[in-house]
Design a binder for this molecule. Structure first.
Ligand code: BG6
Length: 516
């Protein structure tokens, strides 16, 4: 452990990014998307931007300039975007599309071509609307594979686009490295060109509206905050279950696996929001400080404890929604003897005063029984049983459930008297749902974080010390599993809830998975 701590970013405390939330407004901006013709732009960024536009959030003025290959002109680029929006059933009205698409531009260039960056500087001058202070607000969005990013950052620095005359931000997608060491190195490159306050490391789970709601729910309701600790909470469960397999991404998944892909980031970020202390205020570093403290308090497993606390799995063939699903090793471009993990479960512990002794059971995997992301807070049982017996099964404790997807709701489970009975208790739910209560769906993924970035609000972007603390948690697990190969892969069928050991893990602790 000491070794890992030593590897962390040098330079003492991270520079604080003090921004007053009230002063944040959408100013005119130019977003330069590296890899702007790629999948992420088509699936997530453009739908997010057009929705913000339709909501009137971009009224101050904006331009999008996509940088990359293949060769095309503005007109063809706009046609491609419209085609993609239609494919995802997001066709804007003719009028909206016309007004929006006038702001889309394309600059064909490879990422290492100096001539391309010279043109980029000129195009930025031509298309950018300056803000009231006369500055250009630039957002560089890295929608590119991680290995290309260092080169782009170096070029941006060379062409004085990082600090210089502009107000620049850079948005970086995960993975933030492959382990602690490479994350530190990646950060060295980024901070060689940008300040920490300019770096927006995006975890798209933090863009999901029900995830963003966790802090509001926790810190604006008196009744829950009182019982949010080891005195009242028996255990916490986080399930991030996917029905899909690896789709067309074998090249990525074969060298990544579930721990790097899902646990180091999305799962731990959810844990951080549930476990963190109230921040002093809601500006970025207050929030980020508290989350970092949680990651630093998560117990790091000794090599000998990993098998007891963690379960790994890989899916074999099975059935999902009555259709046959191939096993991982049968997926296109996957090694037929691959030992890559597609499932992870663990009992984590947050060793601080609030959570000492409370297990955090987490699990995530591909090709599971259904797509659901849920966080369950299971409260302790009453010390005394006053009423006779439950109408069915055991008496259930109170459970608070954040359902993040595909439904978006918060439910509280409690017992009531079963009608006409004398002393039978029956569990029921009190539910808040986005669609029922607000008559609207939650905001789509990415949109919230895009807007935060445009405004300059870093609260829900991942700070480097979090990145490093999260790697410190998972690195020993990855290292052990790479050293000691699994003997039983594939060990769960597509369409199941994962390997049997994931049940045993929680049952041996005297609990059961609440998400089914
Ligand atoms: C991504 C992972 O970060 O999250 C994918 O790389 C995964 O493997 C995806 O499928 C899940 O996101 P969501 O929003 O569909 O739950």
């Amino acid at each position: 452990m000491i070794k890992m701590a030593e590897m962390r970013a040098e330079g003492g405390p991270l520079r604080k990014c003090a921004v007053d939330l009230q002063e944040m407004a959408v100013k005119p901006f130019t977003m330069v998307i590296f890899g702007g013709a790629g999948d992420l732009t088509m699936r997530k960024l453009m739908p997010g931007l057009i929705h913000l536009f339709e909501d009137g959030e971009l009224a101050a003025g904006f331009s999008v300039l996509s940088f990359g290959l293949p060769e095309m002109d503005d007109g063809s680029y706009r046609d491609n975007i419209l085609g993609a929006l239609k494919q995802f059933d997001l066709t804007p009205s003719g009028e909206n599309w016309k007004a929006f698409s006038e702001n889309l531009h394309y600059l064909p260039s490879s990422f290492d071509d100096d001539a391309g960056y010279e043109k980029l500087c000129r195009r930025i001058e031509e298309i950018s609307v300056r803000d009231e202070s006369g500055r250009t607000n630039l957002i560089f969005y890295m929608a590119v594979p991680a290995d290309v990013m260092p080169m782009i950052v170096t070029k941006l620095k060379l062409y004085n686009l990082c600090k210089g005359p502009h107000n620049s931000r850079i948005v970086v997608e995960k993975p933030f490295g492959q382990d602690l060491k490479s994350a530190v190195e990646l950060n060295r490159i980024l901070t060689g060109a940008f300040d920490e306050c300019q770096i927006f490391r995006i975890d798209h789970y933090l863009s999901k509206e029900p995830v963003r709601n966790i802090l509001f729910f926790r810190f604006s309701n008196f009744i829950f905050e009182q019982i949010w600790n080891r005195n009242y909470v028996d255990n916490i469960q986080i399930t991030v279950a996917e029905e899909i397999g690896i789709e067309y991404r074998a090249w990525f998944y074969e060298r990544t696996g579930v721990v790097r892909d899902m646990v180091q980031n999305h799962v731990l970020q959810l844990l951080g929001l549930i476990a963190m202390e109230p921040p002093v205020g809601f500006s970025a570093d207050y929030v980020r400080d508290e989350k970092t403290k949680v990651f630093n308090a998560v117990r790091i497993f000794e090599d000998g404890d990993i098998d007891r606390h963690c379960v790994r799995g890989q899916y074999g063939p099975g059935m999902i929604r009555e259709a046959k699903a191939a096993g991982y090793r049968q997926e296109k471009d996957v090694d037929q003897a691959s030992l890559q993990n597609t499932f992870f479960a663990a009992s984590f512990y947050v060793d601080n005063m609030r959570w000492a002794g409370v297990p955090f059971f987490v699990r995530t995997g591909k090709r599971l029984a259904r797509r659901i992301t849920e966080i369950c807070i299971e409260f302790k049982q009453l010390p005394l049983r006053l009423f006779g017996h439950p109408a069915q099964g055991d008496i259930e404790p109170n459970i608070l459930i954040f359902t993040i997807q595909p439904d978006e709701k918060i439910s509280l489970r409690f017992g009531v008297k079963y009608p006409y009975s004398v002393d039978e208790i029956f569990p029921v739910n009190m539910v808040f749902g986005y669609r029922d209560d607000f008559k609207m769906p939650a905001r789509p993924d990415y949109e919230g974080l895009l807007l935060d970035c445009i405004k300059g609000d870093l609260s829900l972007f991942v700070r480097q010390d979090q990145v490093e603390a999260m790697w410190s948690i998972v690195d020993p697990v990855i290292a052990r599993w790479e050293r000691v190969p699994p003997k039983d892969f594939p060990n769960y069928s597509a369409g199941s809830w994962g390997p049997r050991e994931a049940q045993t893990l929680i049952e041996e602790a005297g609990r059961r998975w609440l998400t089914t």
